[in-house]
Ligand binder design. Structure first.
Ligand SMILES: O=C(O)C(=O)Cc1ccccc1
Length: 326
């Protein structure tokens, strides 16, 4: 509706890396932005139609998949990824103004931030105790509470600048200067984002049980159709020990014949396969398509098979061939 701004939920509060990712979405500055206290709450805001879409972290270059997100979108009411955003990450250590580095005993932050600063912490603050936080910004802002149970927080440089009473004790404390986190914007299923030639498709495939080679069969649905995979990870379904699903990112769009055909193959092998969206790649790198897996090759192959079947039914009509009823 013209004039109606969209509502975006995100892992908050203000100042998270997730908010930085959301601000890269073209209309996010004019939109209503609703901070959520965890990934599930952000996704539920979409499922309950409180928000049109939610930005959540899904993967980072150091620690791998954000399991809270992978699990939450693999189950429950269906959601589709409609966009991905990459954010370069740098961390600072902050404390209430006046607190010195040597006074710090307990440090709070998001689990993925802690994992990315582990070497720096071991080297510079070997005895520090980790206090899990729901986000980097929540940990930083928590320092200003009267009854705060920790002395410092790891967060984005911007958070320290925007809150009076917080001071930076150390900068660039991430172990990997090139660290990047990938975020996804998810919405309720609707119109599929248009094909751009530089797209990704995400699926969740439950591993069929007691079937030798099931994983190979799943991977082969992509390989045999020339579809490259950019991420594949297994997650326990949580139902019982040894029951897994695979979360997979493939290069290409469901509107391409080779990807659609791979999806159909996955559904045959594992009917519980869940489509999680086709969306344009954040790096805009176009996907090379081998000639024998192009839309044209698929359509020519389909016409060829149809011509064979047409000949068969003609033979049946003329009574001159071996028809199934003969
Ligand atoms: O806590 C945040 O600021 C987040 O957005 C989650 C996160 C944490 C660490 C690295 C990337 C994203």
């Amino acid at each position: 509706m013209p004039g109606t701004s969209r509502t975006y939920a995100f892992l908050g509060p203000e100042g998270t890396f997730t908010e930085a990712a959301l601000l890269q979405v073209p209309d996010a500055l004019q939109a209503v932005r609703v901070p959520a206290s965890n990934v599930n709450a952000a996704l539920d805001a979409v499922r309950d139609s409180v928000a049109d879409a939610a930005m959540v972290p899904i993967e980072n270059s150091v620690e791998g998949g954000v399991t809270a997100t992978l699990d939450a979108i693999a189950t429950g009411q269906e959601l589709w990824i409609i966009r991905e955003v990459l954010v370069p990450i740098s961390f600072v250590l902050v404390a209430r103004t006046g607190v010195r580095l040597e006074d710090v005993r307990r440090v709070s932050t998001h689990g993925h931030a802690w994992a990315q600063c582990r070497l720096w912490m071991d080297k510079n603050m070997p005895g520090a105790e980790y206090v899990p936080g729901s986000s980097t910004a929540a940990s930083a802002v928590g320092l200003l509470d009267g009854d705060c149970q920790y002395d410092a927080a790891i967060c984005a440089p911007l958070v320290a600048r925007e809150h009076e009473g917080l001071s930076v004790l150390a900068e660039n404390i991430g172990d990997n200067p090139g660290a990047v986190t990938r975020f996804v914007l998810v919405s309720r299923p609707g119109a599929l984002p248009a094909r751009t030639g530089a797209d990704k498709t995400t699926v969740v495939v439950p591993l069929p049980e007691d079937r030798p080679g099931a994983l190979m069969e799943i991977v082969d649905q992509f390989a045999s159709r020339g579809v490259n995979l950019s991420r594949i990870e297994s997650r326990p379904t949580g139902q019982y020990l040894g029951h897994y699903f695979f979360s997979i990112d493939a290069d290409g769009h469901a509107g391409e014949a080779r990807v659609a055909d791979a999806l159909a193959g996955l559904h045959r092998i594992s009917p519980g396969t869940r489509f999680l969206g086709s969306y344009s790649r954040a790096d805009r790198q176009s996907t090379p398509v081998p000639a024998h897996t192009s839309d044209e090759a698929f359509s020519a192959a389909q016409s060829w098979v149809e011509s064979i079947l047409a000949a068969e039914s003609l033979a049946g009509e003329n009574g001159s061939g071996a028809s199934p009823k003969a």
